[in-house]
Design a protein around this ligand. Structure first.
Ligand code: AMP
Ligand code: ZN
Length: 113
C-alpha cells in the first residue's frame, strides 16, 4: 500500500489543480501557497529526493523537472521567480516524493528560513 500523497496525485487518485502532465512529470498548484504563484513539479514515478534521482544517474529527469518548472513560471506570467528543491528533513522537505517548487509574484527574500 503506497500512502504517498504525490504518487496518488500522479495516479489521479487524489485531486489537484493540474497545470501540466507528460510521461515523466506532473505540474500542480501548491495547496498551501507561500507566494502569489506557487506551483510544484513532481515526478510521476516515486523518487524520495533529488539526490536519489542523481544517484541513479537520471540527470535527464532532473533537467526535465527544471525545464518544466521554468516553462510553468513563464506560463504563469512570472518571468522572475524562484525554484526550490528541499531535500531531506534538514533541507525542509516535508513530502518525501521529489518535487521542484516554483515561487513568484512577489519579491523573494534571502536568506530563506
Ligand atoms: P516540501 O516541504 O518541500 O516537501 O514541500 C511540500 C509541498 O507540498 C508544500 O508546499 C505543501 O503545501 C505541498 N502539498 C502537500 N500536499 C499537497 C497537495 N495535496 N496538493 C498540492 N500541494 C500539496
Ligand atoms: Zn510518491
Amino acid at each position: 500500500m503506497n500512502d504517498c500523497i504525490f504518487c496518488k496525485i500522479s495516479a489521479g487518485e487524489v485531486p489537484a489543480e493540474e497545470l501540466y502532465r507528460d510521461d515523466d512529470v506532473v505540474g500542480i498548484v501548491d495547496v498551501n501557497p507561500q507566494a502569489p504563484k506557487h506551483m510544484l513539479v513532481l515526478t510521476r514515478k516515486h523518487y524520495g529526493t533529488m539526490s536519489e534521482i542523481v544517484e541513479r544517474g537520471d540527470e535527464e529527469l532532473a533537467g526535465h523537472m527544471v525545464a518544466v518548472a521554468t516553462k510553468l513560471a513563464r506560463k504563469a506570467g512570472i518571468p522572475e521567480y524562484r525554484l526550490v528543491v528541499n531535500t531531506g528533513a534538514e533541507g525542509g522537505q516535508t513530502v518525501d516524493h521529489v518535487h521542484v517548487h516554483v515561487l513568484g509574484g512577489r519579491q523573494m527574500t534571502w536568506p530563506p528560513g
